[in-house]
Design a protein around this ligand. Structure first.
Ligand code: F6P
Length: 322
């Protein structure tokens, strides 16, 4: 193996640069040439490559976003798009590819591996944290801390005005950000994708809280596939509850900002692990971290198997939000 490529794809996540930096340093230490592919699969199809050296990744570990840029690429979902990508891989004489992203990225990577025979290794980075085969995805911790900071700030004003607040956080198919920031922020209620929105029950629980002396409350809502859904939920809850309420949608604020210690260290570990995996001939795997150990999961499993929300954390939330 002499020349490898690296790209970031799908939604950006804080800590992606830590992965790129670590992979570049590990590759150069093993005398590999490494090329960055700009804008994810879009750049792969267009052949938009740039050589990466120590200068390219200098002063990047603290930056959110991705220096390689990213995209969601509908063209890659069709075979014609992937055929163009394979042509680029052959033309550029790449011997291996590191793909940084989430479920959608690894779905595409599985097809690309089958169709190209190219050694591929995935690195999980997604604020949603919904990738099977790793306890945490890079970027999740930063996003959850961003949501927590917002909840803390909202609580100040909610308490001052004795209001009910709906704080909407990201999480398309899962509620990892909602659950963890809800526990850490002492939220009263949680609404997460895939679980029924029991408005009457939520209103009753909030009413019980007000009955025992609470003067304000926070409901954390994961946006699911309907960003802005909190406005509708708030209207529904108000039918049962006589308390002033407000909605705060956090949106893409959660995707930016400097990565936390956790995301920088996790990203650094996984970036090095990806290069080592390629050199060891472990192709078609995603590197991850489970209970502190580096693990390898077949790319197909990362998006076909579902990573459930931790039941112990859900139970903890229920107990502490009583
Ligand atoms: O990257 C994951 C995510 O932030 C989801 O939480 C959210 O539903 C989606 O991406 C938003 O995507 P976009 O930035 O393309 O609007």
């Amino acid at each position: 193996m002499e020349r490898i490529g690296i790209l970031t794809s799908g939604g950006d996540a804080p800590g992606m640069n830590a992965i790129i930096r670590a992979a570049v340093r590990a590759a150069l230490a093993s005398r590999l040439e490494i090329f960055g592919i700009r804008r994810g699969y879009t750049g792969l199809i267009r052949g938009d490559l740039m050589p990466l050296d120590r200068t390219a990744i200098r002063n990047t570990i603290h930056l959110g976003g991705t220096i390689l840029e990213t995209s969601r690429c509908p063209e890659f979902r069709i075979r014609e798009g992937r055929v163009k990508a394979v042509e680029v891989l052959e033309r550029e004489n790449l011997d291996g590819l590191i793909l940084i992203g989430g479920e959608g990225t690894f779905h595409g990577a599985t097809l690309l591996a089958e169709e190209s025979g190219m050694p591929l290794v995935g690195v999980p980075a997604s604020i949603d944290n919904d990738v099977y085969g790793t306890d945490d995805c890079v970027g999740f911790d930063t996003a959850a801390n961003c949501a927590l900071e917002a909840i803390d700030r909202i609580r100040d004003t909610a308490r001052s005005h004795e209001r009910l607040f709906f704080v909407e956080v990201m999480g398309r198919d899962t509620g990892f950000i909602a659950l963890t920031s809800g526990i850490a922020g002492g939220a009263e209620e949680l609404i997460i994708p895939g679980e029924p929105i029991a408005v009457e029950r939520i209103a009753q629980r909030l009413q019980t809280g007000f009955g025992i002396g609470k003067k304000h409350a926070i409901v954390v809502v994961a946006e699911g596939r309907n960003p802005g859904i909190s406005f509708q939920i708030a209207r529904e809850v108000r039918k049962y509850l006589d308390i002033e309420s407000r909605v705060c949608v956090l949106g893409h604020i959660q995707r930016g900002g400097p990565p936390t210690v956790r995301d920088r260290v996790l990203g650094s570990r996984l970036g090095v692990a990806a290069v080592t995996a390629l050199l060891d001939g472990r192709e078609g795997w995603m590197v991850g971290e489970v209970r502190g150990e580096i693990t390898y999961t077949p790319l197909k499993d990362t998006w076909m198997k579902k990573k459930p929300l931790r039941k112990d954390l859900k139970d903890l939330f229920s107990l502490l939000s009583e």
